[in-house]
Design a protein around this ligand. Structure first.
Ligand code: ADP
Length: 220
C-alpha cells in the first residue's frame, strides 16, 4: 500500500512500566500518570493503554488469581508469570505499540526477577532464558521504580487491603525483592529510574513530574 505524502510518519509507541515492592505506592500514582499522559498524547492523535501484570488479558487475569491466591512450586509460579506475559505481549502490548499508542503497565518482567528471583531464590539464568523466549528483544522504554524500606511499605499496607499471597511474605523476603530491583536498576543503563517512595504523596508526584519533564513525555 502506498502511503499518501501527507500521512504522518509512522510513530512507534512507548512502553512504560511501574515497579516496586507491595505498598510502595505504585497504584496511587499510576492512574494520575495515565490521565496526564493521555491528555498530552491526544494532541498528537495517540492513546494510552493502561494495563497490569500479572493480568492484562482475560487469560492473564485468570492466571493472576491463581498465582496470587494458590500456593505452588516456585518454577510453576515463574512459568505462569511468563505464560501470562506472553499472552499480554501478543494480544495487548505489541498491537498497541504497533498502532503508535503508549502502554503503561503496573509491573512487568522486572517484578518476576525481583519476586521469583530475589524473593524466592529462583535462578536468574532460568528467568533470563524465559525473558528472551517470551519477549525477544522487547523491553520497556522507561521503568519507574518506587523504592521503599519494606518496614514502611508494610506499615502502609497494614489495614489498607486484604493481603494476597505475596503481601503476606516476611520482611526478609521484601528486603531481597528490593535488593534485586536495585540490582536490575543499576544494570539497566538508565532504563529504570528510581523514585524515593518514602516521601509524601505530593512530593512523589513532584518527583514523577520532574522525571517526565526531563524525558519530554507528552502531558508533563
Ligand atoms: P502499591 O500499588 O505499590 O502496592 P499503593 O499505591 O496501593 O501501593 O499504596 C499502598 C498504601 O499506602 C495505600 O493505602 C496508599 O494510600 C498508601 N500510600 C501510597 N503512597 C503513600 C505515601 N507516599 N505516603 C503514605 N502513604 C502512601
Amino acid at each position: 500500500m502506498t502511503q499518501s505524502p501527507n500521512a504522518p510518519a509512522a510513530v512507534s509507541g512507548k512502553f512504560v512500566t511501574f515497579e516496586g515492592i507491595d505498598g510502595a505506592g505504585k497504584s496511587t500514582h499510576v492512574n494520575a500518570f495515565v490521565v496526564a499522559l493521555r491528555q498530552g498524547l491526544a494532541t498528537v492523535g495517540r492513546d494510552v493503554v493502561a494495563t497490569r501484570e500479572p493480568g492484562g488479558t482475560p487469560l492473564g487475569e485468570a492466571l493472576r488469581k491463581l498465582v496470587l491466591d494458590e500456593s505452588m512450586d516456585i518454577e510453576t509460579e515463574a512459568l505462569l508469570m511468563f505464560a501470562g506475559r506472553r499472552e499480554h505481549l501478543v494480544k495487548v502490548i505489541e498491537p498497541a505499540l504497533a498502532r503508535g499508542d503508549w502502554v503503561v503497565s503496573d509491573r512487568f518482567t522486572d517484578a518476576t526477577f525481583a519476586y521469583q528471583g530475589g524473593g524466592r531464590g529462583l535462578s536468574r539464568d532460568k528467568l533470563s532464558i524465559l525473558e528472551r523466549w517470551v519477549q525477544g528483544t522487547r523491553q520497556p522504554d522507561l521503568t519507574i521504580l518506587f523504592d521503599l524500606d519494606p518496614a514502611i511499605a508494610a506499615a502502609r499496607l497494614a489495614g489498607a487491603r486484604a493481603p494476597d499471597k505475596f503481601e503476606r511474605e516476611s520482611a526478609a523476603f521484601f528486603t531481597r525483592v528490593r535488593e534485586e530491583y536495585l540490582r536490575r536498576a543499576e544494570e539497566s543503563g538508565g532504563r529504570i529510574v528510581l523514585i524515593d517512595a518514602a516521601q509524601s504523596i505530593d512530593a512523589i508526584a513532584g518527583q514523577l513530574a520532574d522525571v517526565f519533564a526531563r524525558l519530554g513525555l507528552p502531558g508533563h
